[in-house]
Design a protein around this ligand. Sequence first.
Ligand code: ZN
Length: 203
Amino acid sequence: MKIICIGRNYINHAKELNNPVPKEPVFFMKPDTALLPKSNPFVYPSFSKDVHYEVEIVIKINRLGKHIEEKFAHKYYNEIGIGVDFTARDVQQQCKEKGLPWEKAKAFDGSAPTSSFVSINDYEDINNLNFSIHINGETRQTGNTKNMIFTINQLIAYVSQFVTLKIGDLIYTGTPEGVGSIQINDKVECFIEKKKLLQFNVK
Ligand code: ZN
């Protein structure tokens, strides 16, 4: 499986990193080794001094598809979850300055802790979902899927023009504003609406 991550899908997050608001989706990938096995801690990578959390709604693909039309995209998933797109912001900044790819800042081992998945039928409208990350019991970042620049279905249509989607692939749908640093010993919890779906510690 592969993990496809959308960048800059919330206007206020693009602004906080001084990025232009995109006219089409930006995406990059993480390998399956970026998943964090359940109940494992996230190990703070030694190559960074500024690892940021980015909390994101995650879609799990349940059908093989390429060149999926937006109007059919809803047939390609029936479960959602929540995840953290960990980013070595200092390393990413160096890559950006040199015009180099971001992989080492984004795709490292354990950089994609992902919750278990729940049926989209549990929610009235997945395009109006509140989600959040709490660190040491304090709310640090909140978002609502209604503020996405590109909807989930638009993202599936866009990405599948370039990359075949396979069963089990994950799409991280982008982070809202409010990203920030994590520290060793932090306790991380992620919620969709009031339901906690993901919890781990930083070591
Ligand atoms: Zn992200």
